[in-house]
Design a protein around this ligand. Structure first.
Ligand SMILES: Nc1ncnc2c1ncn2[C@@H]1O[C@H](COP(=O)(O)OP(=O)(O)OP(=O)(O)O)[C@@H](O)[C@H]1O
Ligand SMILES: [Mg+2]
Length: 231
């Protein structure tokens, strides 16, 4: 069995005539985390949407577990083993926390959410409430919890810690690492360098739709990464 789980090669992608990704390649192995860094507007979310199938690339390929998934719609990529928690519009505001967690699942296997709900008691307290009433950070926790409950072979998280309290960010890192220990892979876009360095095995730095650095975390330094993020 190959260790490589997700591979994306020479992606060219954008919106209509606006090209955002110019030639983006990278990969993530089973049981590991790829952290994606870059200043605002450099194309991180565009890359995640392209990986998840919401934007069709004009060039390049996305391979999941050795299979080219370019032609697959988002729902089919989910079934193929790719879960995606977007940066924006993360939960259904009119639905309760409970509905957000269970509506898309056929089974009622409570163990799916056990470790996340233990870590985030706030969600348990709010279970019957409309998700639209949650704070931005709490909505992020809900979106994170829902994605983790899928136990997908690959999970894409776009800025999961935005607005989340420090102690919960720390718990998120622990939860991600424990899923990694079971062989799951993650792609995580983050501005929070401390969280990213605590969780990632490899890091990909983007600028202007291109890859500036693709390195194992231990082969780079916090200072070097901070330099890339300076405006
Ligand atoms: N729907 C869209 N239509 C046209 N252009 C878009 C669209 N969404 C994003 N863009 C543009 O694409 C570029 C990259 O945006 P993207 O959201 O991928 O960046 P990002 O790195 O995720 O930024 P942030 O750190 O703010 O989340 C930006 O110039 C943005 O204005
Ligand atoms: Mg973004």
């Amino acid at each position: 069995m190959s260790l490589l789980f997700l591979k994306f090669s020479n992606l060219v992608s954008g919106y209509g005539d606006t090209m955002v990704l110019r030639d983006v390649s990278g990969s993530v192995e089973r049981g590991s985390v790829l952290g994606v860094l870059g200043r605002n507007g450099v194309g991180k979310t565009t890359l995640m949407k392209t990986l998840a199938g919401y934007i069709k690339p004009q060039g390049g390929t996305v391979t999941l577990n050795g299979r080219n998934v370019n032609a697959l719609a988002p729902q089919d990529r989910l079934h193929a083993g790719m879960a995606y928690a977007p940066q924006e519009n993360v939960v259904f505001g009119d639905l309760s926390v409970h509905e957000n967690l269970w509506l898309h699942l056929d089974d009622k296997d409570e163990s799916r959410y056990e470790s996340c709900l233990k870590s985030f008691p706030r969600l348990v307290e709010r279970m019957a409430q409309r998700s639209g009433l949650l704070s931005g950070g709490e909505r992020k926790l809900l979106s994170f919890t829902r994605s983790m409950g899928l136990r997908s072979p690959l999970t894409i998280l776009d800025e999961p810690t935005e607005g989340v309290q420090p102690e919960n960010i720390h718990r998120m890192a622990t939860l991600v690492r424990s899923q990694c220990a079971t062989g799951a892979a993650f792609v995580i876009v983050e501005q929070n360098l401390e969280f990213l360095l605590s969780v990632a095995d490899t890091v990909l730095v983007m600028d202007h739709g291109q890859v500036m650095l693709d390195s194992r975390v231990e082969s780079t330094s916090r200072e070097k990464l901070e330099e890339f993020l300076m405006v």
